[in-house]
Write a protein that binds this ligand. Structure first.
Ligand SMILES: [Zn+2]
Length: 194
């Protein structure tokens, strides 16, 4: 369906994003006592992020190809598709959890930078770039994926859990409630052979 571009956002590399995700996790008390348990994402977004950032979460029947929309503003609004959100609350499956954390990354990192409403960065927005034409570190989609990775699978937690379970990606994916693929990438990034 033609050109789907993204706006350039401020440069953030893996280290920047990992530090930022840790800061957000602290602020919202995602891992109380620094003991790992999977974040309850609906509670995080609807209650904690609402209390701390004023974030609004709305559930709507969206086009089937859209699972979430970030609407920048003061405060920002996160719109999730009702299908996706039902799955998230009922089954906490890894893919939906990643999507929710990804959108939360847009809210915390990009909403303040992007004043106008955008929906999957459609053509009505200005100055859009092909993702392949811009550096990763300035691609909001890459950044949001990294944010989700670091929020859901913090390095300290993965390393700690691996000590008891061993580096089995399938077992770890279940414990962290992420997809096998996401855990596989994370272990690779942390240099943990699985
Ligand atoms: Zn996105």
């Amino acid at each position: 369906m033609g050109f789907q571009g993204v706006p350039l956002v401020k440069t953030a590399n893996k280290k920047d994003i990992s530090e930022f995700a840790a800061q957000i996790a602290d602020q919202l008390d995602c891992y109380p006592g620094r003991v790992f348990a999977p974040i309850d994402l609906p509670r995080l977004l609807e209650i904690r992020a609402h209390q701390v950032f004023g974030l609004n979460v709305e559930i709507q029947d969206l086009d089937p190809s859209v699972e979430g929309i970030t609407i920048p503003g003061e405060p920002a609004t996160l719109v999730f598709s009702s299908k996706m959100y039902d799955r998230l609350t009922d089954y906490a499956n890894g893919r939906d959890r990643f999507t929710a954390a990804h959108e939360f990354g847009h809210v915390t990192m990009h909403a303040p930078q992007l004043s106008r409403e955008y929906r999957s960065y459609n053509q009505r927005s200005s100055r859009l770039y092909r993702r392949s034409d811009i550096p990763w570190v300035r691609d909001p989609e890459w950044q949001a994926n990294k944010f989700a990775t670091y929020l859901l699978m913090p390095a300290w937690a993965v390393r700690e859990v691996v000590l008891t379970t061993g580096p089995n990606a399938g077992v770890l994916a279940d414990i962290f409630q992420v997809s096998l693929q996401a855990m596989g990438y994370r272990l690779e990034e942390l240099g943990i052979p699985s």
